[in-house]
Design a protein around this ligand. Structure first.
Ligand SMILES: *[C@@H]1O[C@H](CO)[C@@H](O)[C@H](O)[C@H]1NC(C)=O
Ligand SMILES: *[C@@H]1O[C@H](CO)[C@@H](O)[C@H](O)[C@H]1NC(C)=O
Ligand SMILES: *[C@@H]1O[C@H](CO)[C@@H](O)[C@H](O)[C@H]1NC(C)=O
Ligand SMILES: *[C@@H]1O[C@H](CO)[C@@H](O)[C@H](O)[C@H]1NC(C)=O
Ligand SMILES: *[C@@H]1O[C@H](CO)[C@@H](O)[C@H](O)[C@H]1NC(C)=O
Ligand SMILES: *[C@@H]1O[C@H](CO)[C@@H](O)[C@H](O)[C@H]1NC(C)=O
Ligand SMILES: *[C@@H]1O[C@H](CO)[C@@H](O)[C@H](O)[C@H]1NC(C)=O
Ligand SMILES: *[C@@H]1O[C@H](CO)[C@@H](O)[C@H](O)[C@H]1NC(C)=O
Ligand SMILES: *[C@@H]1O[C@H](CO)[C@@H](O)[C@H](O)[C@H]1NC(C)=O
Length: 378
C-alpha cells in the first residue's frame, strides 16, 4: 500500500513545486476564471456544471474553444463576450437561456461553431446570430426552443443575422409543427439541415426555398402521414440533397400512391429507402413503402364495393315498393263490396253515356240529315 502511495505523493509534491515556481517566475501568469479549467496549450476553457449564473469574466484571450455548459445561465448579451476574438467554438448547451439579444455574438470575430442546444429560447432578437466577420458555420439549436411560438422569431433572426456562411443547422427535438415559408431562404450555403424529432405534418411550397447547396435533409421522427404533390415538388427542388424520412407515421390508404411512386423513383437519394414502412392502417403496418401500389392498396376493390352498395339499395327499394303494393291490394280486398257496387254504378253510367253517344252517331250518319246540312252550307 505504502509502496504504491509513495511515488504518487512524490509526484504531487513535485507538481506543486513546479506550479509555484512557474507562477512566481512568469511575469504575466495566465489567469483562469473561478470555477473554470483553462488549458493554454489546448486553447480551451471549460466551465462545466458549476452552477454559474452568468458568463464568467476574465476568460483568457488565447481561448479558441469555450465551454460554459450545464450551468444556470439565463441571459446572455453583447457584454457577455468581450475581447474573445480567438474563440472559434462556443458551447452554451444545457443552460436555461431564454433570451438572445441582437449582436450577442457579434464581437466573436472568429466564431465558427455555436452550440445553444438544450436551452429554453423564448425570445430571439432579429440580429441574435450576427457575427462581425460572418464566419459562423455551425449553429446547434437542438432542443433549444422553449415552444413552437419561438419559430417566428427564429425565422426573423435567420433573415437579419447575415448567416450566408452557415453550413450546418441543427433544429432537431424542438416540437416544430410547421416551418414558416422561406425560413431558410437566406442560408444559401447550408449543407446539412437537421429537423428530426419535430412534429412537422406537411412540406409546403417555398419551405426549403434558397437551399440550393443542401446535401442532407433529415426529417426523421416527424408527423408526416404522406407527402402530397406540393411537398414532392418542394423536395425535388433540392436535387443534390440526401433525404432521411424514416419514423414518420405514413398512412397507406389510396391517396398515398403518388408519394409511393415518387419514393420508388427517388430511391437513389433517400437514405435507407427500403426501411420506410407504413404505420397505418394496422393491416398495412410494416409494409414497405416501396411495395405500396394500386394493387396492394386495393383502391379498385373499393369501386366494386360501391357498386355492391348501389345494388343493395335497389333491392331494398324493390322490397319496399312490393310491400306498399301488397297493402294496396289488401285494402282493395277489404273494400271489395263497395268497390263492386261502384263498378256496377260506373258500368251503368258508362252504358248510358255510350247509348247516348251511339244514338248521336246514328243521327249524324243518317244520309238525309247530312245532306240537309250540306245543302245549308252550300
Ligand atoms: C489571438 O490569437 C493570436 C494568435 O494566437 C494572438 O496573437 C492574439 O494575441 C490572441 N488574441 C488575444 C486577445 O489574446
Ligand atoms: C470546433 O468546431 C468545429 C466545427 O466548426 C469542429 O469540427 C471541431 O471539432 C470543434 N472543436 C472542438 C474542440 O469542439
Ligand atoms: C447538437 O447538440 C446535440 C447535443 O446537445 C448533439 O447531440 C448533436 O449532435 C449536435 N448537432 C450537431 C449538428 O453537431
Ligand atoms: C474572419 O474569419 C476568418 C475565418 O473565418 C479568419 O481567417 C479571419 O482572420 C477573420 N477576420 C478577422 C478580422 O477576425
Ligand atoms: C409559448 O410560450 C409563451 C410564453 O409562455 C406563450 O405565451 C405561448 O402561448 C406559448 N406557445 C405555445 C404554442 O404553446
Ligand atoms: C424527441 O423529443 C422529445 C422532446 O421534444 C423527447 O422527449 C424525446 O425523447 C425525443 N425522441 C427521441 C427519439 O430522441
Ligand atoms: C410556389 O410558389 C411560387 C412563388 O413563390 C409560385 O411561382 C409557384 O407557382 C408555387 N407553386 C405551387 C405548386 O404552388
Ligand atoms: C414491424 O417490424 C418490426 C421490426 O421489423 C417488428 O419489431 C414489429 O413487431 C413489426 N410490427 C408488426 C405489427 O408487424
Ligand atoms: C419501382 O420502380 C421500378 C423501376 O425502377 C419498377 O420496375 C417497379 O415496378 C416500381 N414499383 C412500383 C411498386 O411502382
Amino acid at each position: 500500500m505504502l509502496d504504491r502511495l509513495a511515488p504518487r505523493a512524490l509526484l504531487l509534491a513535485l507538481l506543486c513545486c513546479c506550479g509555484v515556481r512557474a507562477s512566481s517566475s512568469s511575469s504575466s501568469p495566465s489567469p483562469c476564471p473561478a470555477r473554470c479549467e483553462c488549458s493554454e496549450a489546448a486553447h480551451t476553457v471549460k466551465c462545466v456544471s458549476k452552477d454559474l449564473r452568468t458568463i464568467p469574466t476574465g476568460i483568457p484571450g488565447y481561448t479558441r474553444n469555450l465551454f460554459v455548459t450545464g450551468n444556470q445561465i439565463r441571459r446572455i448579451g453583447p457584454e457577455s463576450f468581450r475581447e474573445l476574438e480567438n474563440v472559434t467554438n462556443l458551447s452554451l448547451s444545457n443552460n436555461r437561456i431564454s433570451e438572445v439579444e441582437s449582436h450577442t455574438f457579434a464581437g466573436l470575430r472568429s466564431l465558427r461553431s455555436l452550440d445553444l442546444s438544450n436551452n429554453q429560447l423564448a425570445i430571439i432578437h432579429p440580429e441574435a446570430f450576427t457575427v462581425q466577420n460572418e464566419s459562423l458555420q455551425e449553429l446547434n439549436l437542438s432542443r433549444a426552443l422553449y415552444n413552437h411560438s419561438s419559430v417566428m422569431d427564429l425565422a426573423t433572426s435567420f433573415r437579419w443575422s447575415s448567416l450566408a456562411t452557415l453550413k450546418v443547422l441543427d433544429l432537431s427535438h424542438n416540437n416544430l409543427i410547421f416551418l414558416p415559408s422561406r425560413i431558410f431562404s437566406h442560408l444559401s450555403s447550408l449543407r446539412r439541415l437537421q429537423l428530426s424529432n419535430n412534429s412537422l405534418v406537411a412540406i409546403h411550397n417555398a419551405t426549403f426555398l434558397g437551399l440550393d447547396r443542401l446535401e442532407e435533409l433529415d426529417l426523421t421522427l416527424n408527423a408526416l402521414r404522406t407527402v402530397p404533390e406540393e411537398g414532392l415538388l418542394e423536395l425535388d427542388s433540392l436535387p443534390t440533397a440526401t433525404l432521411l424520412l424514416g419514423e414518420n407515421p405514413f398512412t397507406c390508404t389510396c391517396g398515398i400512391e403518388p408519394f409511393a411512386a415518387w419514393l420508388n423513383r427517388s430511391q437513389g437519394r433517400i437514405r435507407n429507402a427500403d426501411g420506410l414502412v407504413c404505420s397505418f392502417p394496422l393491416s398495412m403496418r410494416n409494409t414497405s413503402m416501396l411495395a405500396v401500389g394500386t394493387l396492394t392498396l386495393g383502391c379498385h376493390q373499393r369501386d366494386a364495393g360501391a357498386d355492391l352498395a348501389l345494388q343493395t339499395s335497389y333491392v331494398f327499394l324493390g322490397i319496399v315498393l312490393g310491400f306498399i303494393g301488397l297493402i294496396f291490394l289488401f285494402v282493395l280486398y277489404l273494400n271489395r263490396k263497395g268497390i263492386k257496387k261502384r263498378v256496377y254504378d260506373l258500368r251503368d253510367a258508362c252504358r248510358e253515356v255510350w247509348e247516348g253517344y251511339h244514338y248521336r252517331i246514328e243521327i249524324d250518319s243518317d244520309p238525309r240529315v247530312s245532306q240537309v246540312s250540306a245543302g245549308v252550307d252550300a
